[in-house]
Design a protein around this ligand. Structure first.
Ligand code: HSE
Length: 355
């Protein structure tokens, strides 16, 4: 009977400032789910989980129906409502866990797309049922319904998440000049804990997400030509500094216009302007400052944490990527940390049926 194999890419969420509102899809790193129709049972079964990664964290991942690919697959199966056939799924876990590259998102998205495809591709990629299922996967993984990994993994390109709760987003294709150089240290940082760490922030992070989202939305609607001049609400600043919030918001606009205009300098500059979320989380990554300095020292234009870490990324022109990667890995090594390097432009495709 029919079977499909789906690859869902890794993602860089936040992209410096842009906590919970920006994410881009990457090439080559990602998870794979195979789905097969069967008439020997009805419903969904998880037949196998194969681990194809030697990264820290994977060994503790559930290999049974406690794995998030299973509930996500069930949500899609039920949303489609074809209960005459069964679907058997297999996860090939190629990514590490707790990497900051959207590992759980890749699994959720691969599962949702594979089940949908094997059942005839009834749901549109951007349908509420599809978006809701992959967000649910994220909630199962870390207790939060953020969409800045799952949406770009599903849809590709740059995704601006206007409001995850009401499934509002915009996807943009990105030009070829901006490259991301990623260093993934062999450490595990749980997204749940990295989000908890933000509760001690002097800034009101929930309000910050709301304000940055509405500012970015206005910027897009005005044709991305306007600069930021809105009043920053006191509720965002909390007991923090207004100028830090201002820089953060300007950073979101630099990141967006940099990606949309293929402007590597603006993108890079933007990634460096987060004085709110990144500094808290950088403390969870040994060697962070040294790795950043090493990357910027050999020509990188920007640098930050990928998602909730511990992976970090630099922004660079293509011709500088190899030396930036070596500088980052070397700096981690000097801190006695093994890390893997990866270079990628933005993947405008998102999840793909590969067989
Ligand atoms: N925006 C999320 C966070 C992404 O930073 O917690 C997690 O990968």
């Amino acid at each position: 009977m029919k079977q499909v194999k789906v690859f869902a890419p890794a993602t860089i969420a936040n992209i410096g400032p842009g906590f919970d509102i920006f994410g881009v899809a990457l090439y080559n790193i990602g998870d794979v789910v195979e789905a097969r129709l069967t008439d020997s049972f009805k419903g969904v079964r998880l037949a196998e989980v194969t681990v194809a990664s030697d990264s820290a964290g994977v060994k503790d991942m559930p290999k049974d129906e406690g794995n998030l690919v299973f509930p996500v697959a069930k949500l899609i199966y039920e949303a489609i409502g074809n209960h005459e056939v069964g679907v058997e799924i297999r996860l090939v876990k190629r990514m590490g866990i707790g990497t900051g590259l959207g590992s759980s998102a890749s699994s959720s998205v691969a599962s949702a797309v594979a089940v949908n495809e094997v059942l005839g591709g009834i749901l549109a990629r951007d349908s509420v049922k599809m978006l809701a299922a992959v967000i649910e996967g994220e909630y199962i993984a870390c207790g939060s319904r953020h969409a800045d990994n799952v949406f770009p993994s599903l849809l590709g390109g740059l995704v601006f998440v206007e409001d995850a709760a009401s499934f509002k987003f915009k996807k943009f294709g990105v030009g070829k000049d901006a490259f991301f150089v990623i260093a993934s240290p062999d450490l595990v940082v749980s997204t749940r804990e990295a989000r908890e760490a933000l509760k001690a922030s002097p800034y009101n992070i929930k309000e910050l997400v709301r304000f940055s989202s509405s500012t970015v939305k206005r910027f897009i609607e005005s044709g991305t030509g306007s600069r930021f001049n809105a009043q920053i609400p006191d509720s965002v600043v909390g007991s923090g500094s207004r100028s830090v919030v201002k820089a953060y918001i300007e950073g979101t606009l630099d990141v967006l216009s940099g990606l949309l205009n293929n402007d590597v300098e603006a993108l890079g500059r933007g990634t460096l302007k987060d004085g709110i979320v990144t500094p808290v989380r950088a403390k969870l990554i040994p060697g962070y400052d040294a790795v950043k300095e090493a990357a910027l020292g050999v020509g990188a234009k920007g640098f930050s944490i990928s998602g909730s870490g511990p992976s970090v990324f630099a922004v660079a022109y293509k011709e500088d990527c190899e030396k930036v990667k070596n500088a980052m890995l070397g700096a981690f090594e000097r801190h006695k940390i093994t890390a893997k390097g990866h270079i990628s432009a933005v993947n405008n495709n998102g999840a793909l049926v590969v067989e």
